[in-house]
Write a protein that binds this ligand. Structure first.
Ligand code: ASP
Length: 600
């Protein structure tokens, strides 16, 4: 039976007690993590947000408290009044922050009983994630989850403090907005008042933040929830949180010098000093050297273009391909990694052909492996290849003596990204990644558009409001694919943690970009007319960025899943296993919304 709290008042958190509290009478309240009965003396580990503390119930101190402790079970919520004492030397527990002391119970009240928990409330459990999510309130009690959400709170608070100091206003923008799909699918909300019409949940506050610049607020931010109805991957959630920022009159440099110290402040929370300024890499160089627009710089192993050298070798492996303009790219695996011939065959079969370039399997576009040894050069020369060219190739790939060079060639698809995946896999396998490093960088000079073969038109690489680089404006009429954008991404340890741009602030230019994206005047007017109009009333040049809060906290917490840093996340199939959402609704609800016909 649960007992009332009555006039008990908590004096300390369980995790807070130290030697300085010895001799004090304290009242703790928390969850019974464990109970051990050692022949007459009962030990409870009492847990709260701040940690664990040992409670000792001895009949000679209090018969009643001992009886009460005897009735306590796992996860009961109890209040304990008692005196803090030093533990005897042989029972000190260095693994606990409170391990020097314990509370000698004088009175124990069971404030709430608990069913047997579905899984142990401990960090090291192998309980299936579905079960943890179904009972998320239990899962969240685990110290690791408590720590993760505390870190998230601290990060958000630091962001608010910093941006406030920099003169930014936090302004909320609507959740119920207008559907202007571009990129991802919208989550739609049917209108009861206007049957057949829908609000959309914001994919981001992009247009509103730009409108706030037109409104003269100068510097805006918002820790904003965004919604995208996409197929989910490990590092995506249907709703996620962005630190959304916009400012008037910025140059790209202005945004960078705002964001770098912001990350530095957030990293201080986990005791890490970040070097500034962050290095910068153009999109083209990132693709070339790392095979991705979000390079993980915690290890080197750069990719080198060896097309000319490979063609010069004249090997029979890729007949005619290189002459027709296919590219070849190489990485060097350090000799110290000790990669055997068998392992190389596996890398080719299971990693390269099966996983990375399955389209090339039929043609068996194998990875070419070259060992930087005299032997190998002799063998190549015997096959009629030039040892000089081979030497040049090895050198370009950065191979030192005895290193192994892997060379990939354009598949039906380009080899650049495939090499990026290979680089990452090899870096991990050879343990080259410095797990303690924090490597930020800016990726710049993105193209404004990308040609979408399926749609047969250009699409924006970032979004349609991104400004073109001034010098490239003329190319909009002649060669839109070559126009560079004033866009930038910020990357941390191989994750994109933010992206933004300087915006188009000219209505005519904006209309032109819509046209290039194959939006008819009518469609542009229908979807963005309000915005094109607003741009005509005196728009300051403006720009900004959005930083992924969930992802940043995930990396800081050393986690690999976003679900570890979101209190109530969705599964990969976008469901909430605890509440059972999404769920069907009653006919009268559908009727109100004018949607009853979907039942039929
Ligand atoms: N709204 C953009 C996004 O969500 C970020 C930005 O351009 O500021 O990706």
């Amino acid at each position: 039976m649960a007992e009332p709290l009555g006039d008990l008042e908590r004096t300390h958190y369980c995790g807070e007690l130290r030697e300085c509290h010895v001799g004090k009478t304290v009242t703790l309240m928390g969850w019974a993590a464990t109970r051990r009965d050692l022949g007459g003396v009962i030990f409870l580990d009492l847990r709260d947000r701040e940690g664990l503390c040992q409670v000792v119930a001895r009949p000679e101190v209090s018969e009643a408290a001992h009886d009460a402790a005897d009735r306590v079970r796992s996860e009961y919520v109890v209040a304990v009044v008692g005196e803090v004492a030093n533990r005897s030397e042989d029972t000190v527990n260095p693994a606990l922050d409170t391990g020097e002391v314990e509370e000698l119970a004088r009175a124990i009240r069971a404030l709430s009983e608990s069913r047997t928990p579905v899984f142990p409330i401990e960090d090291e459990i192998d309980t299936h994630e579905e079960i943890r999510l179904k009972h998320r309130y239990l899962d969240l009690r685990r110290p690791r989850m408590q720590r993760n959400l505390r870190l998230r709170h601290q990060a958000a608070l630091e962001v608010r403090r910093y941006l406030d100091e920099q003169g930014f206003y936090e302004i909320e923008t609507p959740m119920l907005g207008k559907s202007t799909p571009e990129g991802a699918r919208d989550y739609l909300v049917p209108s009861r008042v206007h049957h057949g019409n829908f609000y959309a949940l914001p994919q981001s506050p992009q247009l509103f933040k730009q409108l706030l610049m037109i409104s003269g607020f100068d510097k805006y931010f918002q820790i904003a929830r965004c919604f995208r109805d996409e197929d989910l991957r490990a590092d995506r959630q249907p709703e996620f949180t962005q630190v959304d920022v916009e400012m008037s009159f910025p140059r790209i440099e202005t945004v960078f010098s705002l964001v770098e110290p912001l990350f530095a402040r957030v990293m201080r929370i986990i005791g890490v000093d970040v070097a500034q300024p962050f290095p910068r890499l153009s999109y083209a160089d990132a693709l070339l050297r790392y095979g991705t627009d979000k390079p993980d710089l915690r290890f080197e192993m750069p990719i080198a273009d060896v097309s000319d050298e490979l063609a010069g070798l004249g090997l029979a492996n890729y007949p005619g391909l290189l002459e027709k303009g296919a590219r070849a790219r190489a990485i060097a695996l350090p000799a110290g990694g000790g990669i055997s011939g068998m392992r190389l065959r596996k890398i080719n079969e299971e990693l390269w052909l099966d996983r990375i370039v399955p389209d090339a399997r039929a043609e068996r576009r194998n990875l070419l492996t070259l060992k930087a040894t005299d032997d190998q050069l002799t063998k190549l020369a015997e096959k009629g290849a030039s040892a000089d060219v081979a030497r040049r190739l090895l050198e370009k790939a950065g191979a030192k003596k005895d290193d192994t060079v892997l060379v990939g060639v354009d598949q039906p698809g380009p080899v650049a990204m495939a090499m990026g995946v290979l680089r990452l896999e090899m870096g991990r396998e050879l343990k080259l990644v410095d797990e303690k490093a924090w490597r930020f960088l800016w990726v710049t000079d993105f193209p404004l558009f990308e040609w979408d073969r399926e749609l047969g038109r250009y699409v924006s690489l970032h979004h349609p409001f991104t400004a073109p680089v001034d010098e490239d404006l003329a190319l909009l009429d002649t060669d839109p694919g070559r126009v560079r954008a004033k866009a930038y991404d910020v990357v941390l340890n191989g994750y994109e943690v933010g992206g933004g741009s300087i915006r188009i602030h000219d209505s005519a230019l904006q209309a032109k970009v819509f046209k290039l994206l194959a939006l008819s005047d009518e469609e542009a007017g229908d979807r963005f007319g309000f915005f094109l109009e607003a741009l005509q009333y005196g728009t300051p040049p403006h720009g900004g960025i959005a930083l992924g809060l969930d992802r940043t906290v995930m990396i800081l917490a050393g986690e690999t899943s976003l679900r570890q840093v979101i209190a109530f996340p969705k599964t990969a199939s976008a469901t909430d296993l605890m509440t059972g959402s999404p769920s069907s609704v009653k006919d009268d609800q559908l009727g109100d919304l004018g949607l009853l016909s979907i039942r039929k």
